[in-house]
Ligand binder design. Structure first.
Ligand code: PBG
Length: 319
């Protein structure tokens, strides 16, 4: 077996998995009413951006050759129905227009389509309080998603990331976009999105208001087949791309989904995966750069066509 490993030339010649800048998407956070970019404490190197610094980050990502940027907005005001999401002057929509103006021809500009960043209760949907028992109303939420989808498409987003895990969201959003004439807007469904502890630092990054958990809509991390069922359903509902999230703990699901659908499969290397490795590297316990490249390569090897990663621009520069 060592014959093909004896030189760098032979190893390069026989390498099975390619990792290139175009395989990476950079998530970026933009916050309303911010004078200066603000560091996210649990994610060293990640910032809540102003519109200006967001434009610069998007330009840097485009320059590095990444496949796209995924935008998340943090509004100044939140309410129960997440009104800032479909307000054309809401932070994410304003930021999308700014980023599209900056880099819209060079890379894909993508937006997170969910309610949690905009609601004062932090859930990904509309809640109903049934005598102290809070539940998320599936179909009332779909109405909010379709309104937000149209506002995001109107702002120029090329691709919408449906991250809320409501049943039927892909079909509902596709139908609403088509009816409004946004037939070219791409839908990327966070199909197999697990109720993961590894989203912890992200909730700092977006100042999440959530008190409780998302286990009534996100998948139990113990379930492998269920992730595949979700992806197959989303493909049938018209998703152009499906995603598995988180990535590193769910590589079996990435492989299963890759084998089960014909559309591109993406994976999200989430905030906790980032924080874990950064913390170990800061302590000198892991060699940062090679650990980052190995983790990204592993996600590709498992079957992901594209990886959302907070290291996207930096890794693209190395690649
Ligand atoms: C929901 C959303 C979440 C993430 C991306 N979109 C948070 C959640 O479901 O709680 C997590 C991303 C990460 O942890 O990096 N809009």
């Amino acid at each position: 077996m060592r014959r093909l490993r004896q030189s760098a030339a032979l190893r390069t010649l026989t390498r099975e998995t390619e990792l290139a800048a175009r395989h990476l998407v950079q998530p970026l956070f933009v916050r309303e009413d911010l004078a200066e970019p603000r560091a996210v404490a649990s994610m060293p190197g990640v910032w809540q951006h102003t519109i200006d610094s967001l434009r610069r980050e998007a330009a840097a990502a485009a320059e590095a050759g990444v496949g796209g940027v995924m935008l998340f907005g943090i509004p100044a005001q939140r309410d129960a129905r997440g009104s800032a999401g479909d307000d054309p002057e809401g932070i994410l929509n304003v930021a999308t227009r700014a980023v599209v103006a900056e880099v819209g021809d060079a890379i894909t500009v993508q937006t997170d389509l969910c309610l949690d960043e905009f609601t004062d209760h932090g859930h990904c949907g509309v809640i109903v309080d049934d005598g102290g028992v809070v539940t998320v109303d599936n179909d009332a939420t779909l109405e909010r998603y379709t309104a937000i989808a149209c506002a995001q498409a109107e702002s120029g987003a090329h691709l919408l990331g449906l991250s809320g895990m409501m049943d039927g969201q892909t079909a509902a959003v596709r139908q609403a976009l088509d009816a409004a004439g946004h037939t070219d807007t791409v839908l990327m469904a966070y199909s197999a999105k697990y109720a993961s502890a590894f989203y912890g630092p992200f909730r700092d990054a977006v100042d999440s208001q959530l008190d409780g958990d998302r286990r009534s809509y996100q998948i139990d991390p113990a379930n492998r087949r269920e992730g595949v069922r979700e992806a197959v359903l989303d493909e049938a509902e018209g998703a152009d791309i499906v995603m598995v999230k988180p990535a590193l703990g769910f590589l079996d699901v990435v492989r299963d989904v890759r084998d089960a659908v014909r559309v591109p499969v993406w994976a999200y290397q989430v905030s906790g995966e980032y924080a874990m490795l950064e913390a170990a590297a800061a302590n000198g316990w892991l060699e940062r750069r090679s650990a980052i490249i190995e983790s990204l390569t592993s996600i590709r090897r498992a079957g992901a066509d594209t990886v959302l990663s907070y290291w996207a621009t930096e890794a693209a520069d190395w690649l």
